[in-house]
Design a protein around this ligand. Structure first.
Ligand code: G16
Length: 561
């Protein structure tokens, strides 16, 4: 033990903590200017080893700052089933990150004792990073920590964040009844491609799709996926022949994808004037897009865990189909399939949103789709948790971060029904079940995944033979505006549990209330970001100019604080 302590101490000295810096495990791990992160990543490595020993499972570490500018970076931990780190351990992460260099061993041992971490287990950690130039140096800090504590590890190098979540789950479930897929990047592409082909079931997308990859890691990964898809039809058909008495022959889904913003060499262009966050916040297409009227477009963010769709309507101009729209589309389609497959009543489907969800989308889910809506705090970790309470939990943040989770019972029921030929009453029922099972495989159930969500949307639109215009017509969004306000100290803005109101500064909330009351269907709130040095202001109202005006006025209140 003494020599392990000495090794940790010696390694910690190579990664000194910047003095006077206080770190916080935020909405999505630690995130800040990359040059401040060295000691933080080192200590996250120590915590990953403890967590792995505690759970006797592999833990994932992702080095990314997702939608943030190129100079930032970040680090987050992934729990065994691909979920975000358990909240109780976020406090350990914060404590370890803030320990003085000479106290690192002490805090490490305190966490070990408090969590009753097994001494006899050996840790295993897997990790990946996005395309930021600061990534390799931060990986070196992580490796120093893992070596100091004697953890085994695998470097998956460049990955999208959801791929690391997938690989973590696969590593921990391989050879068990809960096996999630092959433990490789290739396995991820093949799983998605095969499920996509089956769920499309011969349907063709209406027109091509332009994908803006934010000049991030999603670009080469999407290209790799499309290459795998070329050969996946043969794979699917061979598997069918081997496994079935009456094998089905699947056709190529003919997904025509044009990738734009795929420059991962010039670091400065990452998330710059492109990507999901730009499109959602600015409510416009990336200036680099040359898509024509009604052309279906989507944007990923820098680590490909978020996606938003959009198109240009010749009459109305730019139309955004954001996370709320993806959630409503998915919930409605899965609900229809479940009914056609004969599980109408027994399957509990629910939608999880945050305060940023457009009021019209919540109303549509509750009133038109007749499904329950749960609202949580920002951060997919909160939404994911709430979604697991349903048989089918559809969760999306308006910014395009989300997925669908199916309970193990629901998955078993679908598969059993599909295998039981006696119970299949009609070809329509069989087709609905095939699509449903295909969807459960296409959807990355560990976390929001731009590539997997894109395939989900493409399947639904192809089945409905919808262009984005029909999708847009399902309900009318309340005009809304999201503004990012730079402030000297975002720490003074404390929101309540609903994130719809500020507890501090009280005066600011009083002023926001007074402003909101002047607008028809007005709603607005301010909340400190957990990933950027900024406060986010959201406003909606009955007209575009009112929403813009309300957002600007609330932003001014925030600024003045
Ligand atoms: C992360 C989180 C999301 C959250 C977003 C913005 O996304 O995973 O759940 O919505 O940050 O959070 P905040 O408003 O606190 O800055 P990403 O894509 O940046 O990893």
């Amino acid at each position: 033990m003494a020599s392990k302590d000495a090794q940790i101490l010696a390694a910690a000295k190579k990664h000194p903590k910047p003095v006077d810096r206080v770190f916080q495990y935020g909405t999505a791990g630690f995130r800040m200017k990359a040059d401040l992160l060295d000691s933080v990543v080192f200590r996250v490595g120590l915590l990953a080893e403890l967590r792995s020993r505690k759970l006797k499972n592999t833990i994932g570490v992702m080095i990314t700052a997702s939608h943030n500018p190129p100079a930032d970076n970040g680090v987050k931990l992934v729990d065994p089933m691909g979920e975000m780190l358990e909240e109780a351990w976020e406090a350990h992460a914060t404590k370890l990150a803030n320990a003085r260099d000479e106290d690192v061993v002490k805090v490490y041992r305190e966490i070990e004792a408090k969590e009753n971490v097994s001494q006899s287990t050996k840790a295993n950690v897997i990790y990946g990073r996005d395309t930021r130039p600061s990534g390799p140096k931060l990986v070196a800090a992580l490796v120093d920590a893992l070596e100091a504590v004697g953890s085994t590890s695998t470097d998956y190098k460049l990955l999208t964040t959801p791929q690391l979540h997938y690989l973590t789950r696969c590593t921990n479930t391989i050879g068990t009844p809960l096996e999630y897929g092959d433990v490789s990047e290739r396995g991820y592409y093949e799983k998605l491609a095969k499920a996509f082909i089956k769920a499309m079931d011969g349907k063709k997308p209406v027109g091509g799709l332009t994908v803006d990859c934010a000049n991030g890691v999603g670009a080469p990964k999407l290209a790799e996926f499309l290459a795998v898809m070329q050969s996946a039809v043969t794979l699917v058909n061979e598997e069918e022949k081997q496994a079935k008495d009456e094998p089905k022959t699947y056709a190529s889904p003919e997904l025509q994808v044009k990738i734009i913003n795929d420059d991962i060499i010039n670091a400065a262009v990452l998330n710059h004037d492109c990507g999901a966050d730009f499109v959602k916040t600015k409510q416009r297409a990336p200036p680099s897009s040359t898509a024509g009227n009604n052309d279906r477009c989507c944007s990923y963010d820098g680590d490909a865990d978020r996606i938003v769709y959009y198109f240009n309507d010749p009459e109305q101009g730019f139309r955004l189909l954001d996370g709320d729209r993806i959630a409503t589309l998915a919930a409605s389609f899965i609900g229809d399939l479940a009914r056609e497959a004969g599980f109408g009543k027994e399957l509990k489907i629910g939608v999880v949103q945050t305060a940023y969800a457009n009021g019209a989308s919540t109303k549509y889910v509750e009133k038109t789709l007749g499904l329950p809506v749960v609202c949580t705090k920002t951060g997919v970790k909160h939404l994911h948790h709430a979604a697991t309470k349903f048989d089918v939990g559809v969760y999306f943040e308006a910014n395009g971060h989300g997925t669908v989770v199916f309970s193990q019972q629901a998955l078993d029921t679908f598969k059993k029904a599909l295998a039981d030929k006696e119970s299949l009453k009609s070809p329509a029922q069989k087709s609905a079940l095939t699509t449903l099972v295909g969807l459960t495989e296409v959807i990355n159930q560990t976390v929001g995944d731009a590539l997997s969500d894109m395939l989900l949307v493409e399947i639904i639109l192809a089945h409905k033979r919808w262009t984005p215009k029909e999708w847009d017509l399902t309900y009318t969004d309340l005009p809304n505006r999201l503004v990012r306000v730079e402030v000297a100290n975002r720490g003074i803005f404390v929101a309540d549990a609903t994130e719809r109101r500020l507890i501090e500064p009280q005066e600011a909330q009083t002023q926001i209330d007074a402003l909101v009351s002047k607008y028809s269907e007005g709603r607005s709130f301010a909340r400190a970001s957990g990933t950027e040095d900024a406060v986010r202001v959201y406003a909606e109202a009955s007209t575009r100019s009112e929403a813009d005006d309300l957002a600007a006025k609330v932003a001014a209140v925030v600024k003045q604080c």
